[in-house]
Design a binder for this molecule. Structure first.
Ligand code: NAD
Ligand code: GLY
Length: 361
């Protein structure tokens, strides 16, 4: 098992290994001593792992109430979040109790936001079950729901008290969801380490699961500890996300988050090559690695279809938007551009040139 310690406004450990679902109850009891918890999961994840986690929590003497919702990004709404808050009231969850978020990023973001706001804030534990949630969304304290105007438009910074990544849960993950986690892993390598990128080219992620997750969590920890509230350097974690979020939104979330990020990273890197910011080799190696994990690198959405979604991105500030651009594999920088320049950047990235749009056909 590996452990990564994070010192942010709340300090906590991220534990990575096998068998952690069964140990969840004892670990939560010994660390946090709650009388009760609300176990939140989507219907799919609850059917697979809810029973095991519930019995582990109950065996540790923690009264465990369960709340489930239909899986998928379409559930990450104010309405579903409101239902969870009401369920917590009905279950008499108090300020010394806990929320336990079991599942992917949708569950973690939404249950985390409920914990951040219920009775002005209670503690929560993340038990991520997707590769994407293990390497990214369960760590760092961004919690949110989507609004009709865009992704993650209502939310709060709130760090978890413990993160338990049980890598055995990855065995049931559908391949396209596994690939989404790989997209975020490739993102970490692109922004911070040519050596890590080389190792992903050399050895499949599935053959180094614990090490790769721990490496990504360490990279994210370093950005979060420098800029927990996302006013500066944390923006590097959004490499590929400005165009990626726009593609995801334009598809009505038929394009998965990681797929959007893959297309977004490929597009912004092609644009950087075209503008002489990075060498062609950077885009070639990035696209080859994304394709190795069956991730899309092109989209047929036109710039017109994507621009308004890109402009409502949270990286927009006044009349400008910050883009994370690659200088080479393992090194990025931030450039502020005027909003009206976005269509040109998209055109340079080849956006709109592919025949398909992503997972819509
Ligand atoms: P998700 O939570 O929807 O999970 C993907 C699918 O996999 C769901 O259908 C779920 O039921 C299923 N699933 C989960 N675990 C499984 C398992 N072990 N076996 C079988 N099926 C399983 O999505 P996600 O990709 O985990 O997360 C995407 C979300 O995370 C987006 O909303 C994105 O905005 C958010 N996100 C947040 C942050 C952050 O810092 N907070 C970072 C990145 C992404
Ligand atoms: N996933 C982006 C961040 O946590 O800042």
């Amino acid at each position: 098992m590996k452990a990564v310690h994070i010192d942010a406004s709340r300090s906590y450990d991220v534990l990575i290994g096998g068998g952690l679902l069964s140990e969840a109850g004892a670990r939560v009891r010994d660390l946090l001593h709650p009388a009760a918890c609300m176990l939140a999961a989507d219907d799919r994840v609850f059917a697979l792992y809810g029973g095991k986690v519930r019995s582990s929590l109950e065996s540790a003497g923690i009264r465990t109430e369960v709340w489930t919702f239909p899986h998928g990004e379409a559930s990450k709404t104010l309405a579903t979040y409101g239902e969870l808050l009401e369920a917590m009231c009905a279950a008499r969850i108090t300020r010394t109790d806990l929320v336990v978020a079991l599942g992917g990023g949708v569950t973690g973001d939404m249950a985390g936001f409920a914990a951040a706001t219920y009775q002005r804030g209670i503690r929560f534990v993340q038990i991520p079950t997707t590769l994407l949630a293990m390497v990214d969304s369960s760590v760092g304290g961004k919690t949110a729901v989507d609004l009709t105007h865009g992704k993650n438009m209502a939310g709060a910074f709130c760090q978890p008290s413990l993160v338990l990544c049980d890598i055995e849960t990855l065995s049931t993950l559908p391949p396209e969801e596994y690939a989404c986690g790989c997209a975020e892993i490739i993102k970490y390598a692109m922004i911070s380490s040519a050596g890590f990128f080389d190792s992903l080219e050399r050895t499949p992620i599935s053959e180094q699961t614990e090490e790769v997750i721990a490496r990504c969590v360490e990279i994210k920890r370093d950005y979060v500890m420098k800029d927990e509230f996302d006013t500066g350097e944390r923006i590097f974690l959004n490499f590929g996300h400005t165009f990626g979020h726009a593609i995801e939104s334009a598809s009505g979330f038929a394009v998965l988050h990681g797929e959007g990020v893959a297309m977004g990273m490929a597009a912004i890197t092609r644009a950087a090559v075209r503008r002489g910011i990075c060498p062609p080799e950077t885009a070639e190696r990035l696209c080859a690695l994304l394709e190795k994990y069956h991730l899309p690198t092109e989209t047929g959405y036109s710039a017109e279809e994507l621009v308004s979604a890109a402009l409502s991105d949270k990286k927009a500030q006044g009349e400008t938007i910050r883009l994370v651009l690659p200088r080479r594999i393992g090194e990025c920088f931030v450039e502020r551009i005027r909003k009206e320049e976005i269509p040109d950047w998209m055109a340079d990235g080849g956006i709109g040139k592919a025949e398909g749009k992503g997972r819509t056909e």
